[in-house]
Design a protein around this ligand. Structure first.
Ligand code: HEM
Length: 151
């Protein structure tokens, strides 16, 4: 079956749009969780943050995660050829799996905070905010420079 029904550059563009939205949501969620952690459970700000987090998750974060994987795997299956076994792609995918685990962990904690728990401090969530960005820098540089092991 001919798999290249989406032209390469269009699939690459859709992949870039998807991961940009996903990264933006991964950077926003910990910040909203920090605000909600500082708010009185059941109070005005707590309710506002609950709505903001639910919209971020449902409208952007989870659809963007799925689209990034779908277009990434499509590029891998339809156009990757020998690249599929390359060092850079294996390392990149390991980091992306880490981002995906972090996605799930953040959502699990956002649900706890939504139920009134305060599993971590405001300062903790502000610190966590930086992690997805650092990982994304490594992923993007791996994908654009495509380094290979000097063997
Ligand atoms: C979710 C699983 C992912 C898979 C399976 C995947 C797979 C791929 C593949 C096969 C390519 C094409 C490489 C080429 O043809 O040169 C690609 C390109 C790229 N990916 Fe991903 N990727 C994933 C997630 C991500 C994420 C999360 C980011 C950023 C944070 C990212 C950033 C990039 C960039 C910057 C390119 C290069 C685009 C270009 O050459 O213009 N990818 N990806």
């Amino acid at each position: 079956m001919q798999l290249t029904f989406i032209p390469y550059d269009l699939a690459r563009g859709l992949h870039i749009i998807s991961f940009t939205a996903w990264m933006a949501a991964l950077l926003m969620l910990p910040r909203l969780m920090a605000y909600q952690t500082g708010a009185e459970p059941g109070g005005e700000l707590d309710k506002k943050m609950r709505v903001a987090i639910a919209s971020l998750r449902g409208i952007i974060m989870t659809p963007a995660l799925l689209a990034t994987w779908v277009f990434g795997l499509y590029l891998l299956v339809a156009y990757s050829g020998a690249m599929a076994t390359s060092f850079w792609l294996a390392t990149k995918l390991a980091l992306v799996v880490l981002l995906t685990i972090m996605h799930g962990w953040l959502i699990a904690n956002a649900k706890k905070i939504g139920r009134g728990a305060r599993p971590h401090s405001e300062r903790f969530w502000r610190r966590v905010n930086e992690i997805p960005f650092v990982i994304a820098i490594a992923v993007i540089l791996l994908a654009t420079t495509e380094p290979n092991l000097p063997i």
